[in-house]
Design a protein around this ligand. Structure first.
Ligand code: SF4
Length: 353
């Protein structure tokens, strides 16, 4: 259970990568985005079937339309309105480009969009634009954030943490506050797609960043969450409940396949966009059945099936490690998360500083 959501039955977050197409050439792009749309991309009718399936999970299912740049799809407004009519909570992760105009944002808000997430990977235009591979992206992102607020759309900021961005985090924190975001989602790099070209931070530095993020969450008006770093929960528990093991037996948080599911631009059903191991395709398989019953998804929800350090760890029910990072490094989604420096009793650390 996560709050009142049983993640054996439904994901907390369902992402549909509506297209791979994007004008940007970000250094870290998971989707390995291209300028043009893929010829085998899900059609409007197929996409509406994905949304129909999402509505069968339960009412108010959160659906995030991602990419690539979802604004590259001419039917985007239609899809948002269709999902909203079904009672879905529709969210969007557009790219910060000149095509994200105030008219587009207002139109999507009118169609029923409930939240927009924008990426900020540097504290100013120089660092952000260098990372995103496009001069002017920072300015377009800040402008889009302002327009979203004027359209009363709650804003989320997504940031990638890696060696190239980690020093920027304090400055990015200021930007998150300045633009009035409600949530800062901090993604710890998983080497997938073009992300393989970037350098991860060390496990011990990742722990220090998470300890700092816990302080940020206490001090700021916006929420802070991590993506592909569930050990944030372990770090917070160690900070606040040192010596207590209360609550460690109850599975919590969301990881790939457990509270999280992803449909690719061609319909493949993955536990996460960062764990591209297919459990089916929406063109042939029922999305709800795959989430609830496929071997891959059910194994990922069994924290006692984990191996290595994560399998021995007393925090595995509240953390579980990034299954995506384990898969990227070993090919086994149940292996240990190499970003974690924690040593359960009897385990020798293999992590560096
Ligand atoms: S060893 Fe695995 S389960 Fe334990 S805190 Fe680290 S990532 Fe989480």
């Amino acid at each position: 259970m996560r709050g009142n959501i049983d993640t054996d039955e439904r994901p907390l977050v369902l992402i549909w990568e509506v297209t791979q197409a994007c004008e940007l050439a970000c250094e870290h792009c998971r989707a390995d985005a291209k300028l043009g749309r893929h010829p085998d991309e899900l059609t409007t009718a197929e996409g509406k079937e994905v949304l129909d399936a999402a509505a069968r999970f339960d009412e108010n299912q959160l659906v995030v339309l991602s990419g690539g740049d979802p604004c590259k799809r001419p039917d985007l407004r239609d899809l948002v309105a269709y999902g909203d009519d079904l009672g879905l909570s529709m969210s969007l992760t557009p790219s910060g480009t000149s095509s994200l105009t105030d008219d587009v944002i207002a139109d999507l808000s009118d169609a029923g969009l409930r939240r927009m997430a924008l990426s900020i990977d540097g504290g100013d235009a120089t660092s952000h634009d260098a990372f995103r591979g496009e001069a002017g992206s920072f300015e377009e992102t800040i402008r889009a954030a302002k327009n979203a607020r004027e359209a009363n759309l709650p804003l989320q900021v997504n940031t990638t943490v890696c060696a190239q961005t980690v020093e920027e985090l304090p400055a990015i924190r200021e930007r998150v506050r300045d633009i009035g975001a409600v949530l800062w989602s901090v993604f710890f790099l998983v080497p997938v797609g073009r992300g393989q070209l970037l350098d991860p931070i060390s496990p011990r530095r990742a722990d220090r960043v998470m300890a700092w993020l816990a302080e940020v969450a206490d001090e700021e008006p916006f929420g802070v969450k991590t993506t592909e770093a569930p050990q944030f929960r372990r770090v917070k528990l160690q900070q606040r409940d040192a010596g207590s093991d209360a609550g460690l037996e109850r599975r919590s948080g969301i990881v790939a396949g457990d509270g999280f599911a992803f449909v690719s631009h061609t319909g493949e059903i993955y536990p996460s966009g960062f764990l591209p191991k297919s459990a089916g395709n929406v063109r042939e398989d029922d999305l709800v059945d795959v989430y609830r019953e496929s071997q891959l998804f059910t194994e990922l929800r069994d924290r006692d099936a984990l191996s290595g350090t994560c399998g021995e760890c007393e925090f595995r029910q509240v953390c579980g490690g990034s299954r995506s990072r384990a898969f990227a490094h070993t090919g086994d989604p149940l292996a240990s998360d190499p970003l974690c420096p924690y040593d359960p009793d009897g385990y020798q650390s293999v992590s560096g500083d």
